[in-house]
Design a protein around this ligand. Structure first.
Ligand code: PMV
Length: 338
């Protein structure tokens, strides 16, 4: 039996803009997805969230191939809704996709039991699906002693993310896989991935609002449907702020950092990505001279907030009736647990 884990992630800046080729700064967060795997006849998947079910190895491998074909079809038409409806049909489909994909890539023909335990709130902008994909691919690599490199594991997780979200940037799975604080930019032939070895980020508090009513794929599509010129202008501004943020974080220029975080939230809001709850938190935190932004796909989930006195953030978030929490930023990526 083996056990591995991968952390969730949080965009310090650059979500959505990263889809259009701009850089992003992403931190691995101290909430993790744990996957324990053992040899077994069929493939047994067990998770607190979705329960337990068994599948044949063949069924999972074929499912992953079907998803690949569907993805290609959707990519040609630039419309991923048929893929999303297929994925939504069964709560096991996301896990089936990554297990099937990993089995195809690794050439696995033996069964396994997979147990998933995750601390990461699902669909909240903290990379729950990426952490699951990285940890599952990492677990199968260990169980079958395939000796895949971290890059190869990351590629499997990216494929699973493509099935779940259509055109993910790859920033989520990369951060969950490598950990730390990451400068990420989508590029050909290879993405740019630079570890930012700064002092530990302090003073951030998360605020949990509620599970978004739209998926990441749907929210990325919503932004894509926006007027192209206007979208490019705003995404360029986020891209420029990301470049500034790199220096700001290094030099701990907190005044500037707050202004950038707030402006980022304004731009994300201008695309229709906010909800009443996130607006409420944002406004209250600005009133106490702090900063707040939505995270990941947005539309609820968690918000990232900052203030020189973090206790003021906790008090404000609490007072509004939401759940504040603090967790380390820049933690270790995929790792063996035993
Ligand atoms: O909501 P999450 O955790 O899946 O993050 C999505 C981040 C986006 O920039 C909106 C999409 C992407 O693939 O980078």
């Amino acid at each position: 039996m083996i056990s591995v884990s991968a952390p969730g992630k949080c965009y310090i800046i650059g979500e959505h803009a990263v889809v259009y080729g701009h850089p992003a700064i992403i931190a691995a967060v101290g909430k993790r997805c744990y996957v324990t795997a053992d040899k077994y006849d069929n493939v047994k998947i067990n998770s607190r969230e979705i329960g337990e079910r068994e599948f044949s190895i063949e069924e999972l491998k074929i499912f992953a191939l079907e998803l690949r074909n569907k993805w290609n079809e959707c990519n040609e038409k630039k419309d991923f809704s048929p893929l999303f409806s297929l994925l939504k049909q069964d709560s096991f489909n996301n896990v089936k996709a990554v297990v099937g994909e990993a089995m195809n890539v690794m050439g696995i023909n033996d069964g396994c039991s997979i147990e998933i335990k995750s601390d990461i709130p699902i669909g909240s902008g903290l990379g729950s699906s990426s952490a699951l994909a990285v940890a599952t691919a990492g677990a199968l690599n260990e169980l079958y002693d395939k000796k895949l490199t971290r890059e190869e594991i990351n590629n499997i997780a990216f494929r699973a993310e493509q099935y779940a979200h259509g055109t993910p940037s790859g920033g989520d799975n990369t951060t969950c896989c490598y950990g730390g604080l990451v400068w990420f930019q989508k590029a050909q032939p290879k993405n740019i991935i630079i570890p930012l070895n700064y002092d530990k980020l302090e003073g951030f508090v998360f605020a949990y609002t509620k599970k978004p009513e739209k998926t990441t794929g749907e929210l990325v599509q919503l932004v894509r449907n926006y007027d192209e010129n206007e979208r490019n202008k705003r995404m360029n501004e986020i891209g420029n702020m990301t470049k500034e943020m790199k220096e700001v974080l290094k030099n701990k220029d907190y005044k500037k950092m707050k202004a950038i975080i707030n402006r980022t939230n304004d731009i994300l809001t201008s695309f229709g990505l906010s909800i009443e709850e996130t607006d409420k938190i944002y406004n209250a935190i600005r009133e106490i001279d702090g900063s707040a932004k939505m995270c990941g796909a947005c539309y609820g989930g968690v918000m990232l907030t900052w203030h020189e006195q973090p206790e003021k953030l906790i008090e404000t978030i609490d007072r509004l009736g939401f759940t504040p929490f603090q967790t380390d930023l820049g933690v270790e990526g995929l790792r063996n647990e035993r």
